[in-house]
Design a protein around this ligand. Structure first.
Ligand code: TYD
Length: 219
């Protein structure tokens, strides 16, 4: 049994996860909790190589199955090298994306379905589920609008090597959003859904409340 607390942050690209995870790490530090901050894909030497392969638009010939397998390969390494050791040492692990991303992006976006993703999660992640998942899910339409704008910007300014997922079409982002919503409805005990047009401070406030509650329950 792990002694630490495993918290994941999830959401669409551009949902403000990165800002929030840093603020949460600062808050935990103020509370005196030793925290390990990591992200997926990436977070280990092997994982960073997998990340490069996965996010480069040059790797366009990656099939959905390969993509999913690489996400899990990255995750297996992160669990072995970073997540389990930190939890066993009693630390708080804050992970930017985990299996919910695979279910939303590969299961939903790429239409591989949830069943396959959850079965692989069971086998490869050995049942390591987050204690708490904070899902930042602003309304669908404004999210799509932001993705559209980012797409135009990146295609225009940044050349051909932008994040493949950010360059996906609208229907893909819609399926990702819907799958995230489905996960939140299916697992309300684990997933805290933070939705609506909230300011950065308001989202931070909600996150802190959810984390405090979980810490008290796990005491
Ligand atoms: P990243 O640049 O880290 O984006 P963000 O800051 O939005 O997290 O890129 C991660 C991308 O990888 C993101 O578009 C989601 C995608 N992804 C998957 O498709 N499946 C997964 O299992 C994971 C972990 C990420």
């Amino acid at each position: 049994m792990s002694k630490g607390i495993f918290i994941t942050l999830e959401g669409l690209d551009g949902s403000g996860k990165t800002t929030q995870i840093k603020r949460l790490a600062d808050w935990l530090a103020l509370c005196g909790r030793e925290t390990v901050l990591t992200r997926q894909p990436g977070g280990t030497v092997t994982g960073d190589k997998i990340r490069e392969l996965l996010l480069s638009s040059r790797s366009t010939s990656i099939s959905p199955m390969t993509e999913m397998a690489l996400m899990f390969a990255d995750r297996a390494q992160a669990i072995a090298e970073v997540i389990r050791p930190a939890l066993e040492a009693g630390k708080v692990v804050l992970c930017d994306r985990y299996t919910d991303s695979t279910e939303a992006y590969q299961g939903g976006g790429r239409q591989l379905g949830s069943e396959l993703v959850l079965e692989l999660h069971r086998i490869i992640c050995g049942g390591l589920n987050p204690d708490l998942t904070l899902l930042l899910l602003p309304e669908l339409e404004p999210s799509l609008e932001r993705a559209r704008k980012r797409n135009q910007r990146t295609t225009k300014d940044a050349g051909p090597d932008e994040n493949r997922f950010e360059l996906e079409e609208e229907a893909f982002h819609r399926r990702v959003w819907e799958k995230y919503h489905e996960i939140a409805c299916r697992e309300p005990g684990r997933v805290v859904l933070i939705e609506g047009a909230l300011s950065i401070d308001e989202v931070h406030e909600r996150i802190v409340q959810a984390v405090e509650k979980k810490i008290n329950v796990l005491k």
